[in-house]
Design a binder for this molecule. Structure first.
Ligand SMILES: C[S@@+](CC[C@H](N)C(=O)[O-])C[C@H]1O[C@@H](n2cnc3c(N)ncnc32)[C@H](O)[C@@H]1O
Length: 282
């Protein structure tokens, strides 16, 4: 799929002018083109997050999600060039720019992981969430399962999900024999979340994960999976504060604004060293 992770256009693809209709662009270039952002519709109290996928066969998939009332950031619709995540391909030097399961499998097969779960993070979880007491947690993009294991350690019945089979197998091996902790292979960009029970979780966590998937559909689906009063915790670097070269692993300020704008009952945020933890209550 195109968008944040698409390949840079080849020379013959690049000759189309920027303002060519997106449907035409998808057909002529034989690839899916993504257009997403936030709009204020005239006279409407709520802004909307939209995501349009223009397919190479001429079809269009549209997703529209109503957001909480209130001003957009910045006020009014985003400028057109900012709404098109497909307009700026990631630099190949920026982290794992093409997020395919194979790329992640390679990473995990070399025995590599990511930033270890810190004591500060566990303290934050314990303080913000209280004892798990058997409540159901889902950790999206769980990798080798350390964060899911930390949630389980707090008393949550926890499922970790990831599309890297190497990560899932490693997580299962490392954390085997723990009742109420399991790991599932699941591709979140390919409808994986629709296989899970609606309103089935009290907590959904996304640690160092959201920049690698399609933001609006993932958040919309995650909201549907949360029970009323359930929480979505997003732990992420903020792109604008990152050193060049690692920026594709963070969420931009406007992505964070988009996350906050969904219809949440409460929004809180906590700094965690150089990361930000957003806590969104359904
Ligand atoms: C930077 S790692 C973070 C892993 C873990 N959350 C941690 O904090 O160590 C991002 C994870 O997202 C997973 N991922 C990326 N795209 C995915 C998708 N479409 N569906 C499921 N998992 C995905 C990758 O396999 C990888 O394990």
């Amino acid at each position: 799929m195109a968008g944040r992770h698409r390949r840079p256009p080849t020379a013959d693809q690049a000759v189309l002018p920027e303002d060519v209709d997106l449907r035409l662009r998808a057909i002529t270039q034989g690839r899916t083109v993504t257009d997403e952002g936030v709009v204020a519709l005239p006279g409407a109290k709520h802004p909307y997050a939209y995501r349009h996928l223009y397919r190479p066969d001429g079809g269009v998939d549209r997703l529209l999600e109503r957001l909480a009332p209130g001003p957009l950031h910045p006020p009014g619709p985003y400028p057109a060039d900012q709404t098109r995540s497909s307009a700026a391909p990631p630099s190949p030097t920026e982290g794992i720019a093409v997020s395919t399961a194979d790329r992640w499998n390679d990473h995990y097969a070399q025995g590599k992981g990511f930033r270890p779960v810190s004591e500060q993070e566990v303290t934050l979880l314990a303080g913000h969430l209280g004892p798990g007491a058997g409540r159901r947690a889902l950790d999206l993009g769980c990798g080798t399962g350390e964060y899911a294991a930390a949630l389980h350690g707090l008393g949550f019945t926890t499922t970790g999900a990831d599309f890297s089979k190497v990560a899932v197998t490693t997580a299962q091996d490392r954390h085997q024999g723990r009742d109420g902790l399991d790991f599932q292979p699941l591709d979140i960009d390919r409808g994986g979340l629709t296989l899970l029970p609606a309103a089935g979780y009290d907590l959904i966590t996304c640690r160092l994960f959201l920049p690698f998937v399609d933001l609006v559909p993932t958040i919309a689906c995650a909201r549907h999976l949360l029970a009323p009063g359930g929480r979505l915790l997003v732990t992420t670097p903020v792109t604008e504060r990152q050193t060049p070269g690692y920026r594709s692993s963070g969420l931009r300020t406007r992505d964070l604004d988009l996350l906050r704008s969904f219809d949440w009952a409460a929004v809180a945020q906590y700094p965690l060293d150089d990361l930000l933890c957003l806590a969104l209550t359904r």
